[in-house]
Write a protein that binds this ligand. Sequence first.
Ligand SMILES: [Zn+2]
Length: 478
Amino acid sequence: MSNFKIIAKDGTARAGVLKTLHGEIETPVYMPVGTQGTVKALTPDDLKELGAQIILGNTYHLNLRPTSELIKKMGGLHKFMGWDGPILTDSGGFQAFSLGAMIEHGIKKVSQVSSVRSQEKNSVIPHLMRNPGEDKSGSQIKSGMTNVKVRKSGKVYDTKNKTIHRHVTVELKPEASKNGLVKITEEGVQFKSHLDGAVHMLTPERSIEIQLNLGVDIVLVLDELISPLHSKSYVAQSLERTHRWELRSLKYYKTRVKKNRENRGMIFGILQGVDDKTIRQLEARWIAKQDFDGVSIGGSFGTSPLWSAPDLMDPRLRGDDVEWASTKSIEQTMGWITPLLPESWPRHALGIGEVVDFFLCIEKGVDMFDCVSPTRRARNGSLYISPKTGGKIKNKFVLNIGNAEFSLDPKPIDPECECYTCKNFTRSYLRHLFMAKELLFFRLASIHNLYFMVNLVKSIRQSIIDKKFKKLKKMWLG
Ligand SMILES: [Zn+2]
């Protein structure tokens, strides 16, 4: 019997209820990301209060530190972190792999929803600000598993977060590429820990074992992250290997669950791919035939010079236009694949979750989102605002609290918002905290940004039930 029930539809947008071991989730849903067993700066009570129903944990990070075995001994991730709601974990492959592709292509960080433009051979990096302050020209930065030398920095479009970030042009130290720090074999992926350099092997079976150790509600299979700069022949090979890994993950999961009568949770397959209709649809048809409980949609979207549809990859596109092309590519991809997926499966857009994405993907029948953007933005002083407060596509629905114009502003961040921060604090005070780098700022800003996103998706859900989705979409996107 399916754990997922659709209770209303408006066009192809769905409102549903997903039953998990730790309670029911109303979908569509935005899941805050708790990378290291914590949603940065917030307590589980904060998360409940702002309306979070489910959070996402990162297998890669939790298994390197403190290790999934330790968490298992401490009673599982729920108990360990004091969160009794549902948890979904990724397979760990994303973090382990992204560095392999980066080394190969000279890219510092490939995001799950990534695309890059090569302005100079082996040089352009969607830099995710892992180490802000360190990427000054000529400096050495430690990036996960490799050291790179920064040659120059500038701005680049970060397709995952759909924002313009600084980019750095790097020179890989010879040993980084020579040593093959990430090795992909049929068996799995071998990588070096970014913490201590120890070599680890992540196989489909080990990934599931780690996630079962954590005792989460929804586990994901191991897949290979495809770089947008991989060739067509590599992509074909990689997708076939991912199929085998997904089936091994599923087999191991079923054996373990049956044998130990543990974790009666769910396992989601992953739909990989690139910006290519034929490939995406073949992948959708393949995954639809497997015995999963749901699907997470990953891969690369958007403006890769190798893959993008010509109309989305106009060389004249720059800045905001590139961003929009990438967003439209996500919408286009969802439109290609969702009609081919089982109606009874919850569909999760991996690592996607900006205001525009919610509307475009939900309209195509996507149910679940996760994205680090709201908490990362919060820490950078970028706070969400609704259309009534001036939020629009062009300003990415954010204001930058560091701007001098807010120094004497007595209004809350968003007068339309009912979060704890907006009910109690002025923009003036928040700007002061931000400028003074006070820790309280991170907490208050994260509360607002997460409340905003969680509740935006809840309002979209209600609009589906009320058959007013298009009206709400128009109100937000124009
Ligand atoms: Zn607020």
